[in-house]
Write a protein that binds this ligand. Structure first.
Ligand code: NAD
Ligand code: UFG
Length: 341
């Protein structure tokens, strides 16, 4: 049954892809985003993909008064909370901004939900909460920790959510721990559009492929992995979006106040495997050099996705070649990302 879903951070990379699938599943969607890390142009693209007019509330979720007013005026039944800053390196330089934005927006949202009796929440967490020394594949019951302020915001918000659920046992909260989201909508009209020089592997390779960056630097080939480069669980953003729709459906049926689910494929792919998959998508080789390890990186991170499979009936279906083909379609059609206006 369709619900009215508030999507906080719905103009961002993962939020925008999820909005499409929520509408396709029959939900009524409201977007809240202050465009701190996204551009309004994405909204028109979403409208043209879905054929629907989208209602967008452009303000900072930390503005508790405006958030209250929004809940006063709209019969919101569920919330998906993507809003937050996400750059690991930047979080080390600007810890207070990260704690303020990521925690502050969550507090304002949780207060408004409590006052208005809204009991369904899906929260964007990250595999980063497994910290430095977790065994792979990673299961949801491992202890959590972090190595940087961004990661700590996720660990802390997870704890806040568990505490809120004790005090308000009618809450139905999904904590989704994403592994490495990549790829783009098959139309090639929406995708990941990082500002500045990308930190993450796929956006970096994309910009090498369009000629905006000279060559990929592979951070370390001396890990204890099959080809010496680090392993990650890359997951197509379309599979991730489907995971949110499945989690929302599950929240209406579960007795548990808080559920934690990994969203990953269960496969670890190396940096060089991703580079070569991308080269197949582009149809030519791409320049790279091996350099030293990046501080803070771990050798291997991949999910045990068994719980999500069993409880959500959800499973990632896209291969790394699908991910690279779709990323490349987006990047080649939009070499400079979204237009400013
Ligand atoms: P994104 O930056 O593209 O999207 C986040 C959106 O939230 C942006 O549109 C931004 O403008 C908005 N926003 C930020 N602060 C806000 C505020 N105070 N009020 C209103 N809007 C605000 O990021 P994404 O990749 O789509 O990630 C979404 C969520 O998933 C984030 O919470 C992120 O930490 C988490 N996550 C992302 C990844 C990843 O690799 N992309 C991995 C694990 C977890
Ligand atoms: N890499 C390179 N060269 C680059 C960029 C990345 O070799 O230019 C390598 C990294 O060393 C790593 C792999 O590619 O081995 C993936 O790196 P990403 O930066 O794309 O992803 P991470 O796994 O390091 O980090 C991601 C998110 C973080 C999150 C973390 C754990 O970006 O927000 O997963 O979930 F905290």
């Amino acid at each position: 049954m369709g619900m009215r879903v508030l999507v906080c951070g719905g103009a961002g990379y993962i939020g925008s892809h999820t909005v499409i699938q929520l509408l396709a599943a029959g939900h009524d969607v409201l977007i809240l985003d202050n465009f701190a890390n996204s551009k309004p142009a994405v909204i028109k693209r979403l409208e043209s993909i879905t054929g629907e007019h989208l209602r967008v509330h452009a303000f900072d979720l930390r503005d508790a008064e405006r958030t209250e007013r929004l809940f006063d005026h709209e019969q919101i039944e569920a919330v998906i909370h993507f809003a937050g800053h996400k750059a690991v390196g930047e979080s080390v330089e600007k810890p207070l901004e990260y704690y303020q934005n990521n925690l502050g927006s969550t507090f304002s949202l949780l207060r408004a939900m409590e006052r208005h009796g809204v009991t369904k929440l899906v929260f964007s967490s990250s595999a980063t909460v497994y910290g430095e020394n977790a065994p792979v594949p990673m299961t949801e019951d491992l202890p959590t920790s972090a190595t940087n302020p961004y990661g700590w915001t996720k660990v802390m918000i997870e704890q806040v959510l568990r505490d809120v659920a004790v005090a308000q046992p009618d809450q139905r909260i999904a904590i989704l721990r994403y592994f490495n989201p990549v790829g783009a909508h098959r139309s090639g009209t929406i995708g990941e559009d990082p500002s500045g020089i990308p930190n993450n592997l796929l956006p970096y390779i994309c910009q090498v492929a369009v000629g905006r960056l000279q060559k990929l630097r592979v951070f370390g080939d001396d890990y204890d992995t099959p080809d010496g480069t680090a392993l990650r669980d890359y997951i197509h953003v379309e599979d991730l979006a489907a995971g949110h729709v499945a989690a929302l459906a599950r929240l209406t049926a579960t007795e548990r106040a808080v559920s934690t689910w990994n969203l990953g494929t269960g496969n670890g792919s190396s940096v060089l495997e991703m580079l070569h998959a991308f080269e197949r998508a582009v149809g030519r080789t791409l320049p790279y050099e091996i350099v030293g390890r990046r501080a803070g990186d771990i050798a291997a991170s991949f999910a045990d996705p068994g719980r999500a499979r069993a409880e959500l009936g959800w499973k990632a279906t896209h291969t790394i070649d699908d991910m690279c083909v779709d990323s490349w379609r987006w990047q080649s059609q939009n070499p400079n990302g979204y237009p400013d206006a």
